[in-house]
Design a protein around this ligand. Structure first.
Ligand code: C5P
Length: 226
């Protein structure tokens, strides 16, 4: 990273799914006028592409081979719609959010070569006037020199409840038991993988959002940033 990039402020927001990272990151980006990196969407888009290519997800070389034709395009969101993701001229934004994509994303994300291949495209998001980076390893691996690092968490029950509400709004029904189990499996995989596991950076501030609204979390983070 050159010194010009180093002077562009980055706020990293890492933590498990359902902790509220996406909404918090979007609100912060809007209020500060910063760019937004939803790194999970990059892993999810890579998963959709690997599935489209019918690659064997357990086979690292087969997954990596699909990267030769992986050309995702991200369009910044606005106050009405979030970031839009395109793959081969097809808008795949909705496909990114289903549980199969999430599960495959988490599997391929455990492969070191996959993480390495996606590093550059994530760092490219660091542009003036600043960046909000949402993920699992933003503060530990992708932006170790970030100005402010947040680790946002919440209880597993609360995260399952939020996810169930989101899915219901989209007309998708699932049981709480299944959802909690899927969330726990994904968390365990993300926390125990040997490459870039989901952990708080040593210099991160941990915020538990179980009993906080998005606005309360955002104002805490803005207070730390100023
Ligand atoms: O954040 P989201 O749920 O969209 O991420 C999907 C999956 O991508 C996660 O379960 C995780 O395995 C992986 N991921 C990652 N590192 C990131 C962002 C996401 O490993 N920085």
């Amino acid at each position: 990273m050159n010194s010009a990039e180093q002077s562009i402020p980055v706020i990293t927001i890492d933590g498990p799914s359902g902790a509220g990272k996406g909404s918090v990151a979007q609100s912060l980006a809007r209020q500060l006028g910063f760019h937004l990196l939803d790194s999970g969407a990059i892993y999810r888009a890579a998963a959709v592409h690997a599935l489209n290519c019918q690659a064997d997800i357990e086979d690292q070389n087969a997954v990596l081979a699909t990267f030769e034709t992986f050309r995702p395009r991200f369009e910044p969101g606005n106050s009405d719609i979030g970031v839009q993701v395109w793959l081969d001229e097809k808008n795949i934004t909705n496909d990114l959010r289903n549980e199969e994509t999430a599960s495959v994303a988490s599997k391929i994300a455990s492969l070191q070569a996959v993480r390495q291949a996606l590093l550059g495209s994530q760092r490219d998001f660091q542009r003036p006037p600043g960046l909000i980076a949402d993920g699992r390893d933003m503060g530990t691996v992708v932006f170790p020199d970030a100005k402010l690092k947040i680790f946002l968490t919440a209880s597993a029950e609360e995260r399952a409840r939020r996810r169930s509400k989101q899915l219901k709004e989209k007309g998708i029904t699932t049981t709480m038991q299944r959802l909690t189990q899927e969330i726990q499996e994904r968390d365990t995989r993300d926390m125990t993988r040997s490459h870039a596991p989901m952990v708080a950076a040593d210099d991160a501030i941990t915020i538990d959002s179980s009993t906080l609204s998005i606005e309360q979390v955002v104002s805490k983070i803005l207070g730390e940033f100023e």
